[in-house]
Design a binder for this molecule. Structure first.
Ligand SMILES: Cc1cc2nc3c(=O)[nH]c(=O)nc-3n(C[C@H](O)[C@H](O)[C@H](O)COP(=O)(O)OP(=O)(O)OC[C@H]3O[C@@H](n4cnc5c(N)ncnc54)[C@H](O)[C@@H]3O)c2cc1C
Ligand code: FES
Length: 274
């Protein structure tokens, strides 16, 4: 029986600084995997546990195209012990990876619908994977909007991907709190972007990932657009340990974020959300 708790050794094949405190890490299996190997396959919204010997493990959402089999990219913000250690690694270093874990976005339910993805700051990695999936399967989805806010233009992540997503008719609408003189996008909270989009609420689903102000996004974007709570999917973040429903570190209400989530239908988690 496959032991899904067992980490695999992976090489850090690429590191790209994306902002002052976020780096992209590309992780590649040490040995070339057979073409049919599913180890790196994931659904957008699922997470992996990245481990550094002697420092521990931490959960991160896969950020690259889920159809890619040779590597997985992660956008990692430096906040504490594991993430600082990751930021100090060099290309070629070896670390561990286990997963994917959790449910991911319900892609079958999303098919045929308009999509509004709302995110802020470092909440974007799982949404980046979702945008890659949509771009590769464009005909299966209706209108797609990505509403993304960051503190400054320099804090916007995955910038190189926007032109490619736009080419696939994904409307990327950006806003920052503190513009620079050359900034041409919007200024202010992501919730100020409602007037930029027009959706048919009965055929629209929304996803939200990101820090606290997302509650504001819910009240000020999704509800005014008329999107019902059961069509809103939120990605939750909790401290995790095992990742597989055994340690109880990640409870939210009566759910485990690692196995019941991290993506929840908003209807299910109202009141548990902080
Ligand atoms: C499903 C999931 C997906 C995630 N995806 C990403 C991602 O793509 N990119 C990314 O940068 N981060 C992501 N995170 C958050 C990331 O896991 C934490 O930042 C990381 O665990 C911090 O580890 P550390 O050892 O560096 O910090 P620690 O030294 O453990 O803690 C530093 C500070 O961060 C807080 N913290 C630690 N872990 C979490 C957590 N899980 N949620 C909220 N606060 C926390 C602590 O309370 C403390 O204040 C995700 C978390 C989850 C649960
Ligand atoms: S992380 Fe152990 S139960 Fe969820």
């Amino acid at each position: 029986m496959e032991n899904n708790y067992k980490p695999q050794k992976v090489k850090v094949s690429k590191i790209v600084p994306m902002s002052k405190n976020v780096k992209l890490f590309r992780l590649t299996p040490r040995k070339k995997l057979p073409a049919n190997d599913q180890k790196l396959s994931f659904t957008p919204g699922q997470f992996f546990l990245i481990g550094v010997w002697g420092y521990g493990e931490a959960p991160f959402g896969g950020a690259s195209s889920p159809l890619e089999r040779k590597f997985v990219d992660f956008g990692v913000r430096k906040v504490g012990k594991v993430t600082t250690t990751l930021h100090n690694l060099k290309e070629g270093d070896e670390i561990t990876l286990r997963g994917p874990y959790g449910n991911g976005f319900p892609l079958d339910f999303f098919e045929g619908k308009d999509i509004v993805a709302v995110t802020g700051g470092c909440g974007i990695p799982p949404i980046a994977a979702l945008m890659e999936y949509i771009a590769a399967n464009r005909k299966k989805f209706g209108n797609v909007y990505l509403l993304y806010g960051a503190a400054t233009p320099k804090d916007l992540l995955f910038k190189d991907s926007y032109p490619r997503w736009e080419k696939e008719r994904i409307r990327v609408i950006l806003t920052v709190d503190h513009p620079t003189p050359d900034w041409k996008g919007h200024v202010g909270l992501v919730s100020g972007l409602t007037k930029e989009i027009k959706v048919n609420p009965v055929n629209t689903v929304a996803t939200m990932c990101g820090p606290g102000p997302m509650t504001n996004a819910l009240e000020n974007i999704l509800r005014p657009l008329g999107i019902s709570d059961r069509r809103i999917f939120v990605s939750e973040e909790r401290k995790m340990h095992c990742g597989i429903g055994k340690c109880q570190h990640c409870t939210t209400g009566d759910k485990y974020v690692c196995v019941d989530g991290p993506v929840f239908n908003f209807d299910e988690v109202q009141g548990n959300w902080d």
